[in-house]
Design a binder for this molecule. Structure first.
Ligand code: TYD
Ligand code: MG
Length: 457
């Protein structure tokens, strides 16, 4: 009998990896035990790592903290003010920044404009577009530069090679999903590929002390594929977002080793690229010049800047037992809480009403200081009474209907004065600490019901 040679041991192992958080499992599972997301497991090859180094005889390179720390911090400016501010003052040499966002939101446009603003050589690697397409975009953006080198490549080894050869100050990789390491069996875009490529780019950044900007796409679930996996590796995670129907785009920082995560950058997408919005208050206020029900202006602090914006609510009777609640640009759960508070503390029968809430201009607000304006907008639409057009409403609302004090009150009032508002309704507890006075009538309120009455005409 001839021997049958059965190859039992395979060179690779198959594992299932959660595309959201990188959790590994030997079996396919429907729900990730680590991040609780459903249907995120994909099959990937895991290559056995052979440890070839048994004994390390290399002298480690140690640096003295005091010697290195005394150096002035060097930042590479993109010379786009909104971008630099979100970065914490510019790109840090040797660091890796990940920019995520929906396809078509303007990531490539943003990084191309940043490349043009950088003083020094930039290697722009793209696996998404052809050289011709890149040229067309550059023409549209009116960019002519002899310090931007474009490389249309997806093979990471060749990209690293180009970094070694050209020694750029900044490397842009658009996008991480198209980049792949050829010695891995996995297809481009899989967690293993994305992770390995990012790690290698990070090593290149550290070695050559250049800044690396990585573009990443967002998955259907609204997250960069493997965000949690990459979050640990990269230094900064930025999110470029906006409503498709508006031209405004917001750059937010989710993680930043070298700056605040509160800052946002606001841009407007026009025919010739992204334009910075230096005075954002005006764009988030209504274009209408007359009083309408359900519309109240508030002042929010985004990062270090105050922004005046309009809160719009529409309250309509629900025909069937199940009323709808829709919140755009505002936390849905927070809306439910405020509706319950209005019902209980201001005697509004909202449980039989549909409530639609919208932050004008496509802005997303997570700050409790807009609570009172949200309540007033809902009350205005519910009671069919208009709010004073020249009034700004500020305050957090507590569960017992009390209006709680908020931070940065002076900045908010200052902005209201700057834009010509005549009245501002603020928490009573904030009144004493105000320094700006005179040019605006300040009304202190301590409780929801009376606050609402003061807002109406
Ligand atoms: P792009 O930067 O390609 O988006 P991403 O890289 O995030 O996929 O931008 C795509 C959109 O932006 C596209 O719909 C066209 C629009 N756009 C403008 O409106 N003006 C411009 O100057 C440019 C370059 C693009
Ligand atoms: Mg793109």
């Amino acid at each position: 009998m001839g021997a049958v040679n059965i190859k039992i041991m395979s060179k690779h192992k198959i594992k299932y990896i959660c595309s959201n958080c990188g959790y590994e499992s030997l079996r396919w599972i429907g729900k990730c035990p680590s991040c609780d997301s459903w249907n995120t497991f994909t099959e990937e090859y895991i290559e056995e790592k052979k440890s070839s180094r048994k004994k390390i005889n290399i002298e480690p390179h140690l640096t003295n903290l005091s010697a290195d720390g005394s150096k002035d911090e060097i930042r590479i400016k993109t010379n786009i003010e909104e971008f630099d501010r979100v970065l914490g003052g510019g790109l840090v040499p040797g660091s890796v920044v990940l920019i995520g966002g929906d396809p078509g939101i303007g990531k490539s446009t943003l990084v191309m404009q940043a490349a043009a603003g950088i003083n020094g050589t930039v290697l722009y690697v793209t696996g998404e577009e052809s050289a011709n397409q890149i040229n067309m975009r550059a023409q549209r953006l009116n960019i002519k530069s002899d310090t931007i080198y474009v490389l249309t490549e997806t093979d990471l080894d060749l990209i690293i090679n180009a970094i070694e050869k050209n020694d750029p100050k900044v490397v842009i990789v658009d996008s991480i999903q198209t980049t792949y390491k050829p010695d891995l069996e996995n297809t481009p875009g899989t967690i293993t590929q994305i992770r390995e490529c990012t790690v290698e780019l990070m090593q290149a950044a550290k070695k050559r002390n250049c800044a690396v900007l990585i573009v990443g796409h967002v998955t259907k679930e609204g997250m960069i594929a493997g965000p949690k996996v990459l979050e640990h590796i990269v230094d900064t995670v930025l999110q470029f977002e906006g409503e498709k129907s508006y031209s405004y785009r917001i750059l937010r920082s989710q993680k930043n080793r070298f700056g605040s995560t509160n800052e946002i950058g606001i841009f407007e997408m026009q025919d010739d690229g992204l334009h910075e919005v230096k005075n954002p208050s005006q764009i988030f206020l209504s274009e209408l010049d007359k009083e309408i029900t359900g519309s109240v202006v508030t002042a929010s602090i985004e990062g270090s800047r105050p922004i005046l914006l309009e809160v719009q609510a529409l309250v309509t009777p629900s025909a069937y037992g199940n009323p709808q609640r829709v919140a755009t640009g505002f936390d849905y759960r927070r809306l439910s809480i405020l509706l319950a508070v209005l019902e209980k503390r201001a005697n509004m029968r909202l449980s039989s009403q549909n409530v639609f809430l919208n932050m004008a201009g496509g802005l997303r607000i997570d700050e409790p200081a807009v609570d009172l304006a949200v309540c007033c907008a809902i009350a205005s639409s519910y009671g069919d009474k208009s709010a004073h057009k020249n009034t700004v409403v500020i305050g957090e609302v507590g569960l017992s209907g009390e209006v709680r004090s908020v931070g940065h009150i002076d900045k908010r009032i200052q902005e209201a004065i700057k834009l010509g508002f005549q009245r501002v309704i603020i928490p009573q507890n904030n009144v004493k600490s105000i320094k700006v006075k005179g040019a605006i009538e300040v009304i202190g309120v301590d409780e929801l019901k009376s606050a609402i009455e003061k807002v109406f005409i």
